[in-house]
Write a protein that binds this ligand. Structure first.
Ligand code: NOJ
Ligand code: CA
Length: 685
């Protein structure tokens, strides 16, 4: 790189011989980044947090077709630095107000060989950084094929990680915990596979969360994944360096194709001294654009029930020809009645439309699903009208069976039908390998498909709950109709045929997948002993753990997933009725990844706090300080906890409900059984 002198810049830039080096700081200085040219003439950066190294020298660059590698032989031609501190109010979320406080540094480079211009943009927050590549408008750069991106993250040691493999089609895995050097996708137990493809042996999907030997918690992910391929992280041979590796389009032989000017998504690194710091960080949403939707009256967080679990229990089926069709007019009305009686906002009806005879397992699934034609025993107009009378909305279901072209062909008619019926929510699904072959769920083509659907939904005033989605990267800020997505191994895996999610699962998910955003986990199974459906089958949690999921696993749209008859006569159902889905504040009271988590949240616009705690396969007794409660208020703590003999393997349903008067500063001892949990409503008196 060519030597360049800068004057009066709000950061330290010095150049010695032919190399430049610049030190950047977050607003209060906790995070420090050095951007420099290394001895090989390669653009590089490193990162510190409170004086401790987080990333050592890590090189940057992109592989562009026809333009070669962009990351060496660059001349620094200028740096723009700005700072901003603002607050914003999300339409819904974990917190009522979000602080967005950062310093931004844009490094402008030119490649002397061909005058190519590229900017590298860093944003520094107190709890981490984002950086991205930006290619400004310039001559000779229009359509650009990206063969890969090579952003390195050089770790300081052999960190403990919680990881899932870099499958290009699915995130539906149990998290594994290994040292970086041990990560190997062949360790994933074959019977637990999501039945699709793992493309690289030593690579992971993000968020990748780690703990360093000196006790720092670090997570690498991305923000604002727009018109680009999803990023996986490859572990290099040194077993210390992770390199970005984009999901390919095998069909086209590239990773992404973009139009200049363009920028990549943000590559994010979050850091904390406690595991909970990662969960409380707002870095991912802050790195997304503000809300673009003008009228948002129709976007409403809420709770729903559905004709759903019975298909997973296999007592009924999605398809009509099976002779045990679940989605009937009569059943939907029964669900609407139950929803109305118990204060639920919506009823999801799966299997209402034609096409289910040829979905999962059929290679040719194009042109099969029809998104406007109900089966003969389901009168959609009658059901929707009945719901309206009772103040309950029907949630539309669009399973695409990963045939997005078929869905796109019908988008106009499908969303016109919803508009006509006054339906404001859709659950989408993409089960199976993508058609056409050679495209993947996490590649650019599908990223664009998911966005197209989200925008179409926004135009049609429809909220989206996406299953088999692209990962969450904070898009909910820009399109707040993106309510929740699956994108993890959801509770469907707890069906009698689904291998089970061990209790440890949800002690890891908050610190990994949940850093991306809201999760449609579908909690609330009360009939945990499933012997009557399959001999020996059970859901591996206690009932109190199921209640805790409503607080721990954040979503603005929570489902009470069990059959409605399983809630009848259950005192614990009161907690599901009470618990809100929109919050003014959220704190991680305590937690250790893979061990346990305790979260507390303040209801939006109210005074009640809710607490959820859950543990792995070890029983636990924790004494917490109620330091989150409001001063001067007395609360009735309504405590739903495991009975003394509860156990996730042998006695799941044993719980007790007790009350206690508490106030700010009091201590409370939480007792959780093996695979158990605790749920508390702190009702302000
Ligand atoms: C998989 C989804 O995760 C599940 O919730 C849904 O019931 C089935 N696909 C059918 O669409
Ligand atoms: Ca799924």
């Amino acid at each position: 790189m060519k030597k360049l002198a800068f004057l009066l810049l709000p950061f330290v830039l010095f150049s010695c011989s032919d190399h430049f080096s610049t030190s950047l700081k977050s607003p209060k200085g906790a995070v420090q980044v050095k951007v420099f040219e290394n001895t090989d003439g390669h653009l590089a950066y490193s990162m510190n947090f409170k004086g401790q190294p987080v990333l050592l020298e890590s090189t940057l660059g992109m592989e562009l077709r026809d333009h070669g590698f962009v990351g060496t032989d660059l001349k620094l031609v200028g740096v723009d630095s700005t700072g901003s501190k603002k607050t914003w109010r999300p339409l819904w979320g974990e917190d009522g107000v979000i602080i967005d406080d950062f310093r931004s540094y844009v490094f402008h480079f030119q490649r002397p060989a061909d005058q190519l211009l590229v900017d590298v943009h860093f944003k520094l927050y107190e709890e981490g950084i984002g950086f991205r590549y930006e290619f400004p408008q310039q001559e000779g750069l229009s359509e650009v094929i990206i063969d890969d991106e090579r952003s390195e993250f050089q770790l300081t040691g052999d960190h403990q990680t919680w990881w899932i493999p870099a499958d290009y089609d699915s995130y539906e895995y149990l998290y594994q915990s290994h040292k970086i050097s041990e990560i190997d996708s062949s360790l994933v137990d074959g019977s637990l596979l999501a039945a699709t493809t793992i493309m690289e042996k030593h690579a992971v999907n993000t968020p990748l969360t780690m703990k360093s030997e000196d006790g720092l918690y670090i997570s690498i992910h991305e923000a604002n994944l727009t018109d680009y391929a999803g990023m996986t992280l490859r572990i290099e041979e040194d077993k210390r360096t992770l390199t970005s590796s984009l999901v390919p389009s095998k069909l086209n032989g590239w990773k992404a194709k973009v139009q200049a000017p363009f920028h990549t998504p943000w590559r994010t690194i979050q850091v904390g001294e406690k595991a909970g710091d990662l969960v409380e960080s707002k870095l991912i949403v802050n790195l997304n654009e503000p809300n673009q939707l003008e009228n948002t009256d129709w976007i409403k967080p809420g709770k729903y029930i559905g004709i759903w679990w019975e298909m997973h229990l296999q007592t009924s089926a999605w398809d009509y020809a099976s002779g045990k069709h679940g989605a009937t007019t009569a059943k939907a009305k029964k669900y609407i009645d139950f929803a109305a009686r118990n204060g639920f906002d919506g009823v999801l009806v799966e299997g209402w439309n034609t096409g289910w005879e040829r979905w999962i397992g059929f290679p040719d699934r194009e042109g099969v699903f029809d998104f406007v034609t109900p089966y003969p025993d389901y009168d959609i107009r009658e059901v929707v009208a009945y719901g309206k009378q009772k103040g309950v909305e029907i949630i539309m279901h669009h399973e695409t069976s990963a045939a997005p072209r078929t869905y796109e062909q019908q988008l106009d008619t499908a969303y016109a039908l919803m508009k006509d019926l006054g339906i404001h929510a859709v659950k989408t699904g993409y089960v199976g390998p993508i058609i056409p072959e050679g495209e993947y769920h996490h590649g650019q083509w599908m990223v664009n498909h998911y966005r197209k659907v989200l925008k179409k939904a926004a135009e049609s005033e429809v909220m989206v709950f996406a299953h088999e989605p692209i990962k969450a990267t904070g898009i909910r800020r820009t399109y707040p109709n993106m309510m929740a997505r699956e994108g993890l191994r959801g509770s469907e895996f707890n069906s009698p045929w689904g291998y089970g999610n061990p209790p440890e699962h949800l002690t890891i998910v908050p610190f990994t997948r949940m850093l991306g955003g809201p999760i449609d986990y579908t909690p609330g199974i009360f009939k945990l002993d499933m012997n009557e459906y399959k001999e020996g089958a059970y859901v591996p949690t206690t009932l109190a753990y199921q209640l805790a999921e409503y607080v721990v696993v954040y979503s603005p749209v929570q489902m009470a997933s069990d059959l409605i008859e399983h809630y009848e006569g259950q005192a614990a159902f009161q907690f599901i009725k009470d618990v809100p889905t929109d919050w003014d504040g959220s704190v991680v009271v305590d937690g250790e990844i893979g061990e346990y988590i305790v979260m507390a949240r303040l209801e939006k616009g109210g005074h009640d706090w809710y607490l959820g705690g859950l543990t792995n396969e070890n029983a636990r007794e924790l004494t917490i300080e109620l330091d989150f409660l409001q001063a001067g208020v007395t609360y009735e703590a309504q405590i739903y906890q495991d009975a003394a003999d509860a156990d996730f393997e042998t006695n799941q349903a044993a719980y007790e409900i007790t009350q206690k008067t508490v106030k700010l500063g009091d201590e409370l001892t939480l007792k959780m059984a093996r695979g158990g949990g605790v749920a508390i409503r702190f009702k302000a008196l």
